[in-house]
Design a protein around this ligand. Sequence first.
Ligand code: PLP
Length: 241
Amino acid sequence: MTRRDELAEALAAVEDRVARACAAAGRPREAVRLLAVTKTFPASDAALLADLGVRDVAENRDQEAGEKAAEVASLRPDSGLRWHMVGRLQRNKARSVVRWADEVQSVDSERLAGALAKAVRAARDAGERESALDVLIQVSLDDDPERGGCPLNELGRLAERITREGDLSLRGLMAVAPLGGDPAEAFERLARAGDSLRVDHPNAGEVSAGMSNDLEQAITHGSTCVRVGTALLGGRGLASP
Ligand SMILES: *Cc1c(COP(=O)(O)O)cnc(C)c1O
C-alpha cells in the first residue's frame, strides 16, 4: 500500500467517525472541522493530506512547523492549507510563529497575547503577513499549570485583552481533556465556558476539543473542531508526546 492509500484509508475512517458522531448528536457534519495534527510527520504527508481534501493542519512546535509549512508551500503551491499552532508557546517564539500560522489555538496568558499582537504588527510592517491572527484561548480543565491553559476564572479578562489588540481576532476556545478524568464532563464544562464567552464575544464560536481517542465525546458536547493525529497518521512513538 502506498502512503497515499494508507492516509486515504485512515482519513475515510476518521471522516466516518466524525459523521456518525455528528448524526448521533443531531448536528450537521459541517458544524465540525477536522484538523490533521501532522507533528513529527513529514511535509510529504501534509501534502498528501491536502491532495485528499484536508484543509487544516496543526503543529505543536514552532521550528518544526515553520520548516514544514515552507516545504509544503514548495511541494504544493496551491494547497490552500491553513496552519494551526496547538502547542505551548513561549513569548520569544511569537515573532516566528506569526510567519507560518494562520491561527494560534494555545493562547493562555495576557503576556502571550501581547507578544503575539506585537509580532503580527512587526510581520505586517515587514510584508510577511497581511491578515490579523486568529486566536483561540486554551482553557485549563484540570488546573494543572504544567499542562498550560487559562484558568476558567481568568477567561473573561484574557478575552478582553485579546479583543483590545487590533491584530488578534478572538475565535473561541480550545482545551485538552484532563488526564484520567471523565472527558465528557470536561467537554461539557468547556462548552458552558464557550456559551458565557459568546455573551460578550459573539464571534468567538469555535470550540476546539477532541483528539483521536475522544472525538466522539467532544462532538456530543459541542466541539466545532477536532484535532486528530494518531488516527490519521499513525503512532508517533515514545520520544514525541
Ligand atoms: C498531538 C495533539 C493532538 C492529537 O493527538 P492524537 O491523540 O494523536 O490525535 C491534539 N491536540 C494537541 C494539542 C496535541 O498536541
